[in-house]
Ligand binder design. Structure first.
Ligand code: ARG
Length: 458
């Protein structure tokens, strides 16, 4: 390694061991921050001009150099070399090669500590905006499907046992509102983590007093960080980002699990498109719901990234310790992982075939037990008693291996107006009784769709 190139060569007698370089160099990972690093340097440079630290023409050259680095990188030009420790040093080296010694001025009043904190924050903010967009797109898909299939019934489950009849669209809209909370969490995240660290220097604040507020605004932050120690040390923004993404992952995972179950031949509620399934290398008949299984699996990976970040952040002494370099990979990986999961989940839902006949065929009359108890309550029987009476009926039916609705009249003796009630007991009737706000009834569903429309248009 060429020692002269190293930024701290003044202080050191020996170059870095090869093994140490392998442990230390992070370019392969943090080159992901290139765009944010250039943006940060452009804003920082502007601040230095206003503070009179560098001249306007100097800045113009620096800015042009920085922009050309980004343009070159986008064109796929090979810019980095094996001696670049990280993206921040790599950009400075290339800049200096492009515009000469002037390039070395960009780091005035800045440390990699506030630089990296700024880049990283910008990155998470940018990714959050992209993820919010993906969440909205998925919500739109769910909403359209729910509108299209309103009126189709299916068994609703608790404990994976048939519980009550529901509209299929009611189930779909549960995804919509869960995603809405995921979106709110991210919006909250954006408003909470909106302070720019630049100007904090290594940890005590820069000695060049420049207008931090202008620099922050330039980068799209609402404010500047209030304390330089906190600004370069804290990683709770990353923790929260990873936590929010893990929660989205677990939302998707639960629904993916249902889709896996539904696409089994035992259920047969759903046929995923071939594009989102795969076959078996051995069993020719197999069509597996791999897309959903992978989404379920990736949620484990998201939680792993969150855990890694938590473990890393909890013990590093203030302010900056090198451990913190390890914060990038989990964040980059989770941002990518959740994005692809959201996309696949949406496309898989859009292209899936929903087998409504099977859903209806599988609905057991036992789904109506609660409705019968409710009807008895309407005839003046206290709910506990009604529950017991219907429970008895269902118990007898189970022993005889029939549905309770099929039991002969002699078993319905305790039930007032049994004939009338038995006629009433249909799945459609059960659903129609649930027009309470948030319920599965037709009007409730309309209300949900209306709420959703307002959210989507908002
Ligand atoms: N590559 C480092 C990181 O990502 C940059 C900060 C280095 N700072 C330092 N004081 N060594 O965390």
């Amino acid at each position: 390694m060429n020692r002269e190139n190293k930024m701290w060569s003044g202080r050191f007698d020996s170059t870095m061991a090869k093994s140490m370089a392998e442990l230390s160099f992070s370019l392969d990972v943090d080159k992901e921050l290139l765009e944010e690093d250039i943006q940060g340097s452009l804003a920082h440079g502007k601040g230095l001009v206003e503070a009179g630290v560098i001249g306007k023409t100097e800045y113009a050259k620096i800015a042009a150099g920085l922009r050309s680095i980004l343009a070159d990188a986008k064109k796929g030009k090979k810019l980095w070399n094996a001696e670049d420790e990280d993206i921040h040093m790599a950009v400075e080296r290339v800049l200096t090669e492009k515009i000469g010694n002037l390039g070395k001025k960009i780091h005035t009043g800045r440390s990699r500590n506030d630089q990296v904190a700024t880049d990283f924050k910008l990155y998470m903010r940018h990714k959050t905006i992209d993820i919010l967009d993906l969440l909205s797109k998925l919500q739109k898909t769910v909403y359209e499907l729910a509108k299209k299939h309103a009126g189709r019934l299916m068994p609703g489950y608790t404990h994976l046992q048939q519980a009550q009849p529901i509209q299929f669209s009611h189930y779909l809209m549960s995804i919509f509102f869960a995603l809405e909370r995921d979106k709110k969490r991210l919006s909250n995240f954006l408003s909470l983590h909106n302070e720019c660290p630049l100007g904090s220097g290594a940890m005590a604040g820069s000695a060049f007093s420049y207008n931090r507020k202008t620099v922050a605004t330039d980068l799209g932050f609402a404010d500047v960080s209030a304390n330089s120690i906190d600004a370069v040390s804290h990683r709770d923004m990353a923790l929260e980002f990873l936590s929010d993404l893990s929660i989205i992952g677990s939302t998707l995972s639960r629904y993916a699990e249902d889709m896996v179950i539904w696409s089994s031949s035992e259920f047969g509620f759903l046929t995923l498109h071939d594009k989102f399934s795969s076959g078996s290398s051995m069993m020719p008949q197999k069509k597996n719901p791999d897309s959903m299984e992978l989404i379920r699996g990736k949620s484990g990976r998201l939680i792993g990234n969150f855990t890694a970040m938590f473990t890393l952040a909890k013990g590093a002494p203030l302010t900056y310790s090198r451990d913190l370099q390890e914060d990038k990979l989990p964040v980059f990986d989770s941002a990518k992982t959740i994005s692809v999961c959201l996309q696949v989940f949406r496309e898989a839902l859009e292209t899936a075939k929903w087998n409504f006949e099977n859903m209806e065929k599988r609905m057991l009359p036992a789904l109506l037990a609660t409705d019968l108890a409710d009807l008895l309550v309407e005839k003046g029987i206290p709910f506990r008693d009604a529950h017991r009476i219907v429970g008895n009926l269902v118990g007898i039916a189970a022993k005889q291996g029939v549905n309770f609705t099929e039991l002969p009249d002699e078993h319905w003796k305790d039930i007032p107006k049994a004939k009338e009630l038995r006629k009433k007991l249909t799945f459609a009737y059960s659903v129609s009784r649930r027009n309470i706000e948030g319920g599965t009834g037709e009007k409730s569903l309309e209300q949900q769709l209306k709420k959703a429309k307002v959210i989507l248009e908002g």
